[in-house]
Write a protein that binds this ligand. Structure first.
Ligand code: PEP
Ligand code: MG
Length: 569
């Protein structure tokens, strides 16, 4: 029996079954055809045919996954063809030309500072594999012999692998490489597939057919589990299934605390696909639609019409309130069709509302799209990274101008659409009382708020132990924001990760939070937790926590006080 501990956990599920190790691609390096003079026109025609064939496949796949629309755009990008053709003109075969072009492009992505963009190198490799398979008339099938439900083990998985995989044959997957923001990780989360990524030793430790058990939530992996471990995993899997089933059965019931306060438990999404997957959990609405993913999965700034269709579809699909956050790009997120200047401190730089206020045409395109979609269902607009009343007022003025133009055109929209802000900067915390008088709602973004209050980069591995939303400074900031909101008679939600952390539920309830928004998978748990709690008792505990000055003390207190009292009756 061999035990391995994974450190990156981002899904939930307990899996036990045979491993299927994806055969390593032995890359046949295409060489320049030196035995005879190549016919450039033949090679160019072969390449064009390959592009056509791959485009047809990607068009079909794009109907289900946005990522393939981005792949399609790259395949059809004239700069890609121009570069491949230049290599052919230099005397190389179509295969060698594609290979060199793809390798060069991959390198560009791999050298980028930003983790999200570095992970796009996988997408480029995926596209290269497709083109190569089309050129060589080979099948892209990467899973020969996979016929029974298995734990897929691979060095890395590409987006097309996860799209092509027959879901009924996948119990879960473990990869040696990849980061949490890779498309593969995002797809695993969306589809609710238990997965562990970044486990370097996995490929050398397991062979196809070996029995493997893993817990995606704790990161425990066991290869050749003995009878006792097997029994333990089966027991845990059964208990988790029963718990999830019971929670799901009650997910659509109202969320009312024991002493009668009604709360909203919303979900966070980044795309329509994510919304589709979220629907199974019956969220009460969408508390955060990270609209930047529409922009990141495109090869151009999405037009008003493209955005309008996406927002309207989301609204019609869920039939409940949707909160669209305006473009929050910059910081750790970039666009491959727009170049940002190099910045020493991108998280403190030109991102989110700062960028959109500087680009009013871009901003108004999005605002008009949201306003138009608001005619089809309840919608809210939320501005990110606000640090002053002035920024909100400028954003509001642009919204009003868009409303006026829509009115002139006779286009329908909700004239009372609520305008709110993310409270995610220390400045917004200190200005919360004045901001609360101007806006319609607050949503606390604990991911950024924690990074800015504690001066801890949220993406820096070296200091990740210091990134903790339970730090007393963050808790006190949250308390201050909720109090300011309620004094001004507006509601306050939370859409940072803390909202989905069950250890935090009771104190957030006690501090007076009105709305919790998180990844959909967590919503049934948080709903049930709230139903088991008393707001008045929670308020007493929140007061105790507010008096604590040490993060360890707070975490120890909350661990003792959470979890055990989730009652399903
Ligand atoms: C946050 O900062 O808490 C938040 C929800 O926004 P994002 O994670 O997209 O920055
Ligand atoms: Mg944020």
């Amino acid at each position: 029996m061999l035990k391995i501990q994974a450190t990156v956990c981002f899904t939930r599920g307990i899996v036990i079954g045979p491993a299927y190790v994806v055969p390593e691609k032995i890359k046949e390096k295409p060489v320049v055809n030196s035995s005879h003079i190549i016919d450039q026109s033949v090679e160019k025609a072969r390449f064009e045919r390959a592009v056509e064939e791959v485009s047809q496949d990607l068009e079909k796949l794009a109907l289900e996954h946005d990522v393939f629309a981005a792949h399609l755009a790259i395949v059809q990008d004239p700069t890609l063809s121009e570069e491949v053709e230049a290599h052919i003109e230099a005397g190389k075969t179509a295969e060698a030309s594609v290979d060199e072009t793809i390798e060069g492009l991959k390198l560009v992505f791999q050298m980028m500072d930003n983790a999200y963009m570095r992970e796009r190198a996988d997408d480029i490799e995926d596209i290269g594999n497709r083109l190569m398979a089309a050129l060589q008339q080979k099948s892209l099938r990467r899973f020969p012999g996979l016929s029974v439900p298995s734990v897929i083990v691979a060095r890395d998985l590409f987006p097309s692998d996860t799209a092509n995989l027959d879901a009924s044959l996948v119990l879960g997957f473990i990869t040696a490489e990849g980061g949490v923001s890779s498309h593969v990780a995002i797809m695993a989360k969306n589809r609710g597939i238990p997965a562990l990524i970044g486990v370097p030793e996995i490929v050398s430790s397991v062979q196809t057919g070996d029995l493997i058990a893993f817990d995606a939530e704790t990161g425990e992996i066991c290869i050749h589990p003995d009878e006792a471990v097997k029994a333990d995993f089966f027991e845990r899997a059964k208990a988790l299934k029963e718990k999830e089933g019971a929670l799901l059965a009650r997910a659509s019931e109202p969320v009312i605390s024991r002493d009668g306060k009604t709360l909203r438990v919303y979900c966070n999404i980044g795309s329509l696909e994510e919304l589709n997957a979220s629907m199974a959990y019956s969220p009460d609405g969408v508390g955060l639609f990270r609209s930047e993913f529409l922009f990141m999965d495109s090869d151009h700034f999405p037009t008003e019409e493209e955005q309008f269709i996406a927002y309207r579809e989301a609204s019609e699909k869920i039939g409940k309130e949707i909160t669209i956050r305006t473009l929050d790009i910059g910081g750790d997120k970039e666009l491959n069709y727009f170049s940002f200047d190099h910045e020493e401190n991108p998280f403190l730089g030109w991102r989110a509302i700062r960028m959109t206020l500087d680009m009013p045409d871009l901003f108004c395109t999005q605002l008009r799209a949201i306003l138009r979609a608001s005619a089809y269902g309840p919608m809210r607009i939320m501005f990110p990274m606000i640090t002053s009343l002035y920024e909100f007022e400028r954003a509001k003025a642009l919204t009003e101008a868009c409303k006026a133009s829509l009115k002139d055109e006779g286009t329908a929209f909700d004239d009372h659409i609520p305008l709110g802000i993310m409270v995610e900067t220390p400045a917004a915390v200190f200005m919360a009382d004045e901001l609360a008088k101007a806006v319609d709602f607050f949503s606390i973004g604990t991911n950024d708020l924690t990074q800015y209050i504690l001066a801890v980069d949220r993406g820096n591995e070296k200091i990740k132990h210091m990134f903790n939303a339970f730090h007393p400074a963050v808790i006190r900031a949250i308390a201050r924001v909720i109090e300011a909101a309620h004094e001004a008679d507006i509601e306050v939600g939370m859409c940072g990760e803390m909202a989905g952390d069950l250890r935090a539920t009771e104190i957030l309830l006690g501090l007076g939070l009105d709305e919790f928004s998180m990844s959909a998978q967590m919503t049934p748990d948080v709903k049930e937790k709230i139903r088991s709690l008393d707001v008045s008792k929670a308020a007493e505990k929140a007061m105790k926590v507010l008096a604590m000055s040490d993060v360890d003390e707070i975490e120890a207190y909350l661990s003792l006080n959470s979890g055990s009292d989730t009652i399903i009756d």
